[in-house]
Design a protein around this ligand. Structure first.
Ligand SMILES: [Zn+2]
Length: 384
């Protein structure tokens, strides 16, 4: 983490850390050419080339941050909560939670970044227009910062998912086609554009451009995969994907009995239940390790109460799997404990869901949905 802006942590991605020194070096090494491009005569400039390289690098960083804060401002106004901002070469990623999934809002949020970059770029160039030509350093600074922001705005408007333009495209399509199909189409367009950009980069021997193309392809594929998972999980209930009969330990059991249970179950996590079978939370092997071996039989598992409970969210086994996972992510809890009513009306534990279970369930669902491709397939997969 670098610093916080209005309580939001800001981090820098390695692509940005890579390009800043690169940009600074290019500026410093090719200084006379760079200065002439802005219309300044190198001999009029007071600042040395290295200082210029540094200034432009910091300028890019600040421009990307400004762009990202525009996204964040719209998200916050709509009720979203920003977990962190990661600054990257082409803009950034703001991790936003609680954001209502409404296409119009998503389009507005995505468009806010590039539009603010374009406006800032235009303002900087306008200010340069009224700056006396004699102030060469200020003139050149405004020129490059203005160009940088215009480029950032225009580039991000390209409808290649996961760029902002691709998000706007997806949101516009989502209104008519639904989120899943809209994402597939936007990711397809993004991949195609990125491949074309990659080919162009190879033909021109442009390494930086190739890096950007690769970055776009992986981004588009990752978004498509996440949306596919979301689609699959919203079609099933927690009970369809949970592990039934999970390994459990009673809250009244001594801590030293946990390791044996973990060994038998071949897991490092156990569900903790109270004596009436209602779930309390999840115990990890690391919790046991916090106690010296000779004290473990003197401590009861339930004494760790809050710590165990904070790791898990209790949900109904009948709830939609996607809704339940959203709830867990809001609570920053890695586990879901599924409950159902027993004849006495108590909510007793019936299942368990960790990251591994979700991934297994997704893999199985994907296999089930794949139809045999050849006509003569001797065995067709059974469909649930
Ligand atoms: Zn953006």
């Amino acid at each position: 983490m670098l610093f916080r802006v209005r309580s939001v942590p800001v981090r820098a991605h390695w692509t940005l850390l890579l390009v800043l020194p690169y940009l600074a070096a290019i500026f410093a090494v090719r200084f006379p050419v760079v200065a002439k491009m802005s219309g300044a005569r190198p001999e009029d400039l007071v600042l040395p080339p290295l200082a210029w390289g540094l200034l432009v690098a910091v300028g890019l960083f600040a421009s990307v941050l400004f762009h990202e804060l525009a996204h964040v401002a719209v998200a916050r106004r709509a009720g979203g909560r920003v977990r962190e901002i990661v600054l990257m070469l082409l803009g950034g990623v703001s991790l936003i939670e609680h954001m209502p999934r409404r296409p119009r809002l998503e389009a507005m949020m995505a468009a806010a970044g590039p539009l603010s970059s374009l406006v800032l770029g235009a303002v900087l160039l306008l200010v340069r227009g009224i700056t006396p030509a004699g102030v060469a350093d200020l003139n050149m600074g405004l020129f490059y910062l203005g160009q940088l922001n215009l480029a950032l705005g225009l580039f991000n408007l390209v409808p290649a998912f996961p760029l902002d333009g691709g998000r706007v495209l997806r949101a516009l399509l989502a209104g008519a086609l639904g989120a899943a199909r809209a994402t597939r189409i936007a990711a397809g367009v993004g991949t195609a554009l990125a491949v074309a950009l990659g080919l162009f980069a190879v033909l021109n021997g442009d390494l930086l451009l190739l890096l950007i193309a690769l970055f776009l392809v992986t981004g588009a594929q990752a978004e498509a995969k996440a949306e596919r998972a979301r689609e699959l999980l919203s079609q099933v209930r927690v009970s369809d994907v949970m592990m039934t009969h999970p390994p459990t330990i009673r809250a009244s059991a001594p801590m030293d009995s946990a390791l044996g249970l973990m060994r038998t179950a071949a897991r490092l996590d156990l569900v903790v239940v109270r004596d009436d079978d209602t779930p309390l939370g999840v115990l990890l092997a690391a919790d046991v390790a916090d106690f010296p071996p000779e004290t473990r039989r003197l401590v009861l598992v339930g004494e760790l109460g809050d710590r165990l409970a904070a790791r898990a969210v209790v949900v109904s086994a009948q709830a939609s799997a996607q809704d339940a996972l959203d709830e867990a992510s809001r609570a920053s809890a890695p586990y879901l404990l599924a409950v159902d009513r027993d004849p006495q009306g108590r909510s007793v534990l019936v299942g368990f869901l960790g990251r591994g279970e979700v991934e297994n369930a997704l893999a199985l669902r994907t296999l089930e949905m794949r139809r045999p491709t050849s006509w003569g397939a001797p065995i067709s997969p059974r469909r649930a």
